[in-house]
Design a protein around this ligand. Structure first.
Ligand SMILES: NC(=O)c1ccc[n+]([C@@H]2O[C@H](COP(=O)([O-])OP(=O)(O)OC[C@H]3O[C@@H](n4cnc5c(N)ncnc54)[C@H](O)[C@@H]3O)[C@@H](O)[C@H]2O)c1
Length: 247
């Protein structure tokens, strides 16, 4: 039995490369490619799509995920920019329908490992900041990966350890944004793809974890894995590690 996959945002940078990766899998059948001009609900029904991969844009992700669930398919959402309360609402909706899916701010297995080990390091080195760097076409700042990293770090940071820098900002924003009290600095430049550093500071030392996506191929292993596993889920999970057995 092949899994019938539809890609939404098919003309975009991620959509194009996801289509290639999905087309190469013997157990997948790429049944549809949709974009801004298409009616997603209509396409899912017309092509009997079982799994829908979404790489569109932040302001479309909420409605697209809802549409996919309502049409009886399992969503694999790579689009970033969903707010925590929007993710929560979608999770409640998925639970009510008993239909699973995944929202993953980063489908790179190396990036997921970086976040996993950073969470461990935060036990010992609670002073931490994030610098994320992306191409200048990225619509959301900070990145979904940086927000997710801050959330994961915060689970291992006690209240008294959370960033308490007293530095006065001569220019507002100089110390970056703050998510769960973890400072995040966002760089946008042509020439970049997707990069992140997590810097821990201790007495007389620093420790830096860094991930560089230099080619969007790095996200394909995670996307293919998600398409294979998502039909077995009964809830909408957040983060690729939720479906990676060895993590
Ligand atoms: N999760 C991950 O691992 C990961 C990796 C890279 C990028 N991303 C995210 O994926 C998303 C897409 O990135 P990209 O670089 O491919 O962007 P892009 O701008 O190249 O492509 C987005 C495509 O979606 C289409 N689109 C916009 N709104 C739509 C809608 N409502 N319905 C259907 N199609 C619509 C656009 O026309 C465009 O073709 C971004 O949110 C980005 O941050 C996630």
């Amino acid at each position: 039995m092949t899994i019938r996959v539809l890609v939404n945002g098919a003309q975009g940078r991620m959509g194009q490369i996801a289509i290639q990766a999905i087309s190469q899998q013997a157990d997948f059948s790429l049944v549809g490619q949709t974009g801004r001009q298409d009616n997603l609900a209509h396409a899912i029904k017309q092509y009997h799509a079982q799994v829908v991969v979404d790489f569109t844009q932040p302001d479309a992700a909420l409605q697209n995920t809802r549409t996919i669930l309502d049409c009886g398919a399992n969503p694999v959402i790579g689009t970033t920019g969903l707010l925590p309360e929007q993710i929560h609402t979608l999770q409640q909706h998925s639970k009510a329908l008993r239909r699973g899916g995944i929202i993953a701010p980063n489908f790179s297995i190396a990036a997921v490992l970086m976040i996993k080990y950073a969470r461990e390091i935060a036990h010992y080195y609670p002073h931490v900041e994030i610098i994320e760097m992306h191409h200048d076409g990225k619509l959301d700042s900070p990145s979904g990966t940086a927000l997710y990293t801050a959330e994961q770090l915060a689970t291992n940071l006690s209240a008294e350890c959370l960033s308490t820098s007293k530095a006065r900002e001569t220019i507002p924003g100089a110390r970056g944004a703050s998510h769960h009290h973890v400072p995040i600095h966002a760089v946008r430049l042509p020439g970049l793809v997707a990069h992140q550093q997590i810097i821990f500071g201790g007495q007389g030392e620093t420790l830096t974890l860094r991930h560089d996506a230099i080619d969007r191929q790095c996200f394909m292993g995670g996307i293919v894995l998600a398409c294979r596993k998502v039909q077995g889920l009964t809830e909408l999970v957040y983060g690729l590690e939720c479906i990676m057995n060895k993590l």
